[in-house]
Design a protein around this ligand. Structure first.
Ligand code: AMP
Length: 204
């Protein structure tokens, strides 16, 4: 199963992906995580990408594609994968279409006020990328032992820009996948377990 997750920043794509990894036994590939790893490793690509990410803009497709292709070549993807954060533009959707056959696109539909609330409390693990919220998890340490931190781009100004990028550039993909007949919409307002259960029900 090759699955694409689409949703605004803070809609819960990463959290849903974590649940789906266990339920479907396939890896999740987050282009945001791949980019953050490049930044942490101090690569030239990471340095260039950071400038775009800090401004809430999309990183140029050729940079993201290099990382993605490398990751897709790893053996754990042979039975499928979840793409969290790719594609994010029509250009990327068409490129992906020419590379692989996507089985399903899940669109996580969440109201903006819920998102703003969520992002303020979001904490991400430096080691494994797991996502927590300070409303429900008060420890500064992940279950894996990694340190939890507030992402550089999870501040109010950048979040507003990322939201605009989603509305202008990414949301047309909902129609793209609907026209292909492989779009399913999941309302993601509730608790993470409920969203996961709804997604699994839809996929049956
Ligand atoms: P995410 O972790 O998915 O919220 O992504 C964080 C940031 O990484 C985004 O705001 C973009 O700047 C960048 N990014 C992630 N995925 C992509 C992509 N597919 N194309 C371009 N930029 C991306």
């Amino acid at each position: 199963m090759k699955l694409v997750l689409i949703g605004a920043p803070g809609s819960g794509k990463g959290t849903l992906a974590q649940g789906l990894i266990k339920a479907l036994n396939i890896p999740s590939i987050s282009t945001g995580d791949l980019l953050r790893n490049s930044i942490a490793n101090g690569t030239e690509l990471g340095k260039t990408a950071k400038k775009y990410m800090d401004e809430g803009k999309l990183v140029p497709t050729e940079l993201v594609l290099d990382l993605l292709k490398e990751r897709l070549a790893e053996p754990d993807t042979k039975n499928g994968y979840i793409l969290d954060g790719f594609p994010r533009s029509m250009e990327q959707a068409e490129l992906l279409d020419s590379m692989v056959d996507i089985d399903l696109c899940l669109y996580l539909d969440v109201d903006k006020d819920v998102i703003v609330n969520r992002i303020a409390g979001r904490r991400t693990c430096k080691k494994c990328g797991a996502i927590y919220n300070t409303n429900t998890y008060s420890s500064p340490v992940c279950e894996c032992g990694g340190e939890l931190y507030l992402r550089d781009d999870d501040n109010e100004v950048t979040v507003a820009k990322r939201f605009d990028t989603f509305t202008n550039t990414t949301s047309p993909l909902v129609d793209f996948y609907r026209n292909k007949g492989i779009l399913k919409t999941v309302k993601g307002q509730d608790r993470a377990e409920d969203t996961l259960n709804k997604a699994l029900e839809i996929m049956k």
